[in-house]
Design a protein around this ligand. Sequence first.
Ligand SMILES: NC(=O)c1ccc[n+]([C@@H]2O[C@H](COP(=O)([O-])OP(=O)(O)OC[C@H]3O[C@@H](n4cnc5c(N)ncnc54)[C@H](OP(=O)(O)O)[C@@H]3O)[C@@H](O)[C@H]2O)c1
Length: 270
Amino acid sequence: MYAGDSTAAGNPTQQPKANSRSNKLKVEASPGYALVTGASRGLGRCFARTLAARKQNLVLVARSRERLEALALELRTAHGIEVESIPFDLARTGAGQGLADDLTSRGLKIDLLINNAGFGDQGRFLQLPLERQLQAVNLQNATVVELTHRLLPEMIEQKQGGIITISSMAGFQPIPFASVYSATKAFLTTFSLALEAEMSRFGIRVVTVCPGRLQVAPEDLENSGERKNFPGGEQTHEEVVSEALRAFDRGGGLVIPGAINKFAAFAERS
Ligand SMILES: NC(=O)c1ccc[n+]([C@@H]2O[C@H](COP(=O)([O-])OP(=O)(O)OC[C@H]3O[C@@H](n4cnc5c(N)ncnc54)[C@H](OP(=O)(O)O)[C@@H]3O)[C@@H](O)[C@H]2O)c1
C-alpha cells in the first residue's frame, strides 16, 4: 500500500542524445550492467524488461530468488544479454555495502543504478510495527545512500553512467498515516536532486522519478489485494519507465509522470 501514491530509452549508459524523443535503442549497448533493485515485480521488472529490449546487460536484485531467476531466464532467452540475479534483502542494516561487496567479488561493473525497491505501510504511526518502519528507512534511504556512495566513484572515473531513483509524489508533502513512507520519499527526492547538481560536472546523469499511483501489472494482480479508485487515476509501469529513461537520455532531471501529477506537484510546491 502506498499513501501519497495512495501509494526507459536508448541505451541509458551512453552519452545523452539531443532531441531523443523515441524510446528505441539508437546506440550500441554498454558492456557494463544496469542494476535494478526491486526487479522481481512491478516497476522494477518493467525497467528490467525495457532495458533488456535495448540489449542492456542487467543485474536484478530483490528477495524473491525464484521470481528473479525466472525473469533472468526470460530476458537472456529473449534478448541474448547477460543477466545476473542476486537475491538480497536490502532492508537490513548495511545491505547496500553488502551488495556492493558482492558486485565487486563477482566482477560486475555497474554503469546504471536504478534505486527502485520500496514499500509503504499505511496506518497510525504508533500502531505500525517499529521494526517494519525501520526496514522502510533502511531500504528507501540508507541502502540507497550506501549503494550510491559505493558505485559512483567508478562511474566518475569512466566519465559515464548514471542513477535513476524512484521516489514518489508522496515525498512532496507530509502524509499522516503514511508518515514514514512520505518521509523516506522526501529524503529520496532531496538527496537525488542534490546529487544531480553535484554530478553534472562529471557527466553522470541523475534522474529523480516521482510517480503518483501506479497500476498493478496483470501478472501481479493475484497478490495486490483490494484496490480502490484513486483520484487522478493510475499510471502504467510502461509510462513511468518510458518518461524516466527519456529524461535519462536528455541528461537527467526531475520526472513527475503524468499531467495531473505534474500540476499537483507544482501546486504543492508553490
Ligand atoms: N505502486 C505505486 O503506486 C507507487 C507510486 C509511487 C512510487 N512508487 C515507488 O515505486 C517503487 C516500486 O514500486 P512498485 O509498485 O513496483 O512496488 P512492488 O510491486 O511492491 O515491488 C517492490 C519491489 O521491491 C522489492 N523489495 C521490497 N522489499 C525489499 C527488500 N527488503 N529487499 C530487496 N527488495 C525488496 C520487491 O521484491 P521482493 O519482495 O522479492 O523482495 C519488489 O521487487 C517503490 O520505490 C515505490 O515506493 C510506487
